[in-house]
Design a protein around this ligand. Structure first.
Ligand code: HEM
Length: 369
């Protein structure tokens, strides 16, 4: 940096004149001062500022993953930025405790002045959902309306554009599908994996069959669960069956990407796979933190407005609970542990593969089978 720079004044740099004159309670406008409306505004504004920071991080991660050839050094940066999002999310979850210091009666003092405004119209929250990769078709319907029907034309445009741009989910799917070392001339991992799964499943079955504390009825129930686990494994290893699950909405990642994600999870201790493993883990963390936020927000809403409809007109906490259940983006990654087998059953990666790949797994190796 070249010096000297002109001096900067703290309040100017942070534009505090704008920031601190942006709290305009409606109750004051109607000459009906409600003390807690200031808290209500400031908490929402603080959320929107953090949403802005999350979008800033998501956009930078997206731009790294949009290219076909990802600079490997960027994976570390992406991991650090995704981790930052998870730390911010913990603040977002905690911040609900601040708004909960407002009692239902305090809220009633100014609630009616806000209708029909609602957090439902937070376009930044929707942008985060879209940029992460929430599928529009799997959104919970809000009074049978499209999720963007209640925001301004300008915000609708932004949301539709974000919906039509590759999300983090889609970029990760493409990146995973390019990871080259699932099969090489020397090593077909999936043959080993099939055998290892066979051994693990046989073990599990014999544990059930030989468990003296199980009644015949309980044994039959557990064998039923066992059969469904077995089918899950079979579907994973059979592309046709897997694609059937995908068609029916039970899986979203492509078959190849799911196998790559599984491989990364199984061999996470290899240095070469450590960063990809952390990246996948942070994506699951981000999803989990948003789910936690949604549940806590729904509980808070129940406490504050009971069974009333929201200011935006939804069924209130019932609607919110449904979004907590259904708005996960990386559900396939949550399901991955179904397919894990013990470390002791894993075949060692061949030395040539480790040496050849070093710390790299670029798309330039993609034609290697
Ligand atoms: C007194 C406090 C609050 C109440 C009573 C409340 C109530 C509600 C209700 C009832 C909804 C469903 C839509 C509707 O019918 O309006 C909703 C949605 C939402 N609220 Fe809140 N909220 C509160 C605080 C907050 C805060 C502090 C935030 C932070 C930004 C927030 C963000 C959201 C978001 C993003 C949605 C959309 C959720 C979705 O569609 O999945 N809310 N809120």
């Amino acid at each position: 940096m070249k010096k000297p720079f002109p001096p900067v004044y703290y309040a100017d740099y942070l534009q505090l004149d704008k920031l601190l004159t942006s709290q305009l309670p409606k109750s004051d406008e109607y000459n009906d001062h409600a003390h807690d409306e200031m808290l209500f505004i400031i908490v929402h504004q603080a959320y929107e500022l953090w949403f802005k920071q999350i979008l800033h991080e998501l956009d930078s991660v997206s731009s790294m993953f949009l290219k076909d050839d990802i600079d490997e050094r960027n994976i570390g940066i992406a991991v650090a930025r995704l981790r930052r999002i998870t730390v911010i999310q913990k603040i977002l979850i905690d911040q609900l405790g601040v708004i909960e210091t407002m009692t239902p009666l305090d809220f009633l003092e100014f609630r009616d002045y806000l209708i029909p405004a609602s957090g439902f119209q937070s376009y930044q929250f929707r942008l985060i959902e879209n940029k992460l990769g929430l599928n529009t078709d799997s959104r919970v319907k809000f009074n049978d309306k499209n999720y963007y029907s209640l925001v301004s034309d300008e915000h609708q445009k932004m949301l539709i554009e974000s919906q039509n741009t590759d999300s983090i989910y889609e970029s990760i799917d493409k990146w995973l599908s390019r990871i080259p070392f699932l099969n090489t001339d020397e090593f077909n991992f999936w043959n080993y994996y099939k055998d290892a799964v066979g051994v693990t499943l046989e073990n599990e079955k014999s544990i059930i069959l030989n468990n003296p504390s199980l009644t015949d009825e309980k044994k039959a129930k557990q064998l039923e669960v066992f059969e469904s686990t077995k089918e899950n494994f079979e579907a994973l290893l059979d592309e046709g069956k897997y694609n059937e699950l995908r068609k029916n909405g039970h899986r979203r990642l492509s078959h190849r990407s799911m196998l790559a994600a599984l491989f990364i999870n199984l061999y996470r201790d290899e240095p070469i796979l450590h960063l990809p493993y952390r990246l996948l883990t942070y994506l699951v963390d981000i999803d989990e933190h948003f789910t936690t936020w949604r549940y806590k927000h729904a509980l808070m809403v129940h406490r504050i407005i009971g069974a009333k409809v929201g200011t935006g007109g939804s069924s209130g906490h019932q609607y919110l609970l449904q979004t907590a259940e259904k708005h996960k983006v990386f559900k396939d990654l949550f399901d991955l542990p179904t397919y894990l087998i013990p470390r002791s059953e894993l075949p060692a990666l061949p030395e040539e593969m480790k040496t050849e790949l070093g710390f790299y797994y670029t798309a330039t190796l993609k034609n290697k089978k």
